[in-house]
Ligand binder design. Structure first.
Ligand code: NAP
Ligand code: GLV
Length: 314
């Protein structure tokens, strides 16, 4: 009997095991905590479904054939210097996660657009302070990273009435959303956007994508929603842009260091909304389909869904 080891937060492990068993009762799904430490136990593992595995753990499984990431992001794997990159690795694609991300990005943009922070401050001081938001149809949102999550978030924002455009690494097309790619595409798109939603993965190419030079090329007052990863932003540059007015506000879910240190200036900044990496979570009940699809594909020799290409970093 093939065996999959499951490592996720304690409250989710049983749900993953049920989701896998429902679809493939012939696979033994075992919580990592119950695997044991013997060579024999480690040799019995065929597949691994993991979130933030201990460095070296995956490399210690001699018969491992497939790694499935619980998250869409892969930095929790690349943090491991011993990650067995020769093994097929699949990132998460889950309708529940995608829906959650669309909700978060819509909420983040709307919070900036509808001046939610000033309104809350007015309420706190009991002030009837009228503020006017510009009309959404005159407002352009650029989605940086137009993959599984970015494309759906872009469509949700478009459905709310915003003008939307997207940016990706490779040139792509969408029926109703203009798309840009590469450095030239970014240069053309940036000065036109009132808000930017960040949904590119953390790779060496995207590290500090949002730096002082990038922010200077943005429309003055640009609003930033970062649901991708903290490494995308040079925090000093963003704080400077917020203080000078070059950036109008930021909704930030992900950070270089998590939890965000209690003395970090983002916490108290009047133009920043901080959320604790909650933009979108994977649901075992819906994500289980993807896990089993990946195993099925591996077993039958079909192309694997959402297979990671380590050469490009995601
Ligand atoms: P995906 O489908 O792989 O999409 C990634 C997108 O980024 C693609 O459009 C890709 O371009 C683009 N991209 C990658 N490198 C680029 C570069 N150097 N320049 C321009 N574009 C680049 O990934 P996804 O499933 O949408 O997930 C995106 C990210 O969201 C994850 O990596 C993770 O960090 C983050 N996330 C955060 C949360 C949260 O709770 N905050 C939850 C889930 C995911 P191509 O289309 O050309 O490949
Ligand atoms: C969450 O951050 C994910 O990568 O799915």
């Amino acid at each position: 009997m093939a065996k999959i080891i499951v490592s996720d937060s304690a409250d989710l492990v049983d749900r993953w095991i049920a989701a896998i068993k429902d679809r493939r009762p012939d696979i033994e799904a075992v919580p990592l905590a119950e695997l044991g430490d013997s060579d024999e136990a480690r040799a019995s593992v065929d597949y691994a479904l993991v979130w933030q595995p201990d460095p070296g753990f995956l490399a210690s499984l001699p018969n491992l054939k497939l790694i499935v990431s619980v998250g869409a992001g892969l930095d929790h794997l690349t943090n491991d210097p011993l990650l067995p990159r020769h093994l097929p690795t699949v990132r998460m694609v889950d309708p529940g996660l995608t829906q959650g991300m669309s909700e978060y990005c819509a909420w983040g943009v709307l919070s900036l657009h509808r001046l939610f922070v000033p309104l809350l401050n007015s309420q706190a001081s009991g002030a009837w302070q009228v503020v006017h938001a510009p009309i959404a149809s005159n407002t352009r949102v650029g989605v940086l990273g137009f993959g599984v999550l970015g494309s759906r978030a872009g469509e949700a924002l478009q459905a709310l009435g915003f003008q939307v455009c997207g940016w990706s690494r490779s040139a792509k097309q969408h029926d109703s959303i203009p798309l840009y790619s590469g450095d030239d595409g970014l240069a053309e798109m940036l000065p036109t956007c009132d808000y930017l939603v960040l949904l590119v993965p953390a790779t060496p190419d995207t590290f500090h994508l949002i730096d002082a030079d990038f922010l200077a090329r943005c429309k003055p007052g640009v609003g930033i929603v970062n649901a991708g990863r903290g490494s995308l932003i040079d925090d000093d540059a963003l704080l400077e842009a917020l203080d000078s007015g070059q950036a109008g506000g930021a909704v930030l879910d992900v950070f270089h260091q998590e939890p965000l240190p209690s003395d970090h200036p983002y916490w108290q900044h009047p133009k920043v909304i901080v959320t604790p990496h909650v933009a979108a979570l994977t649901y075992p009940e819906t994500g289980g389909e993807h896990v089993v699809a990946a195993i099925n594909a591996l077993e039958t020799g079909e192309p694997l869904p959402a297979l990671v290409n380590w050469d490009r970093g995601y």
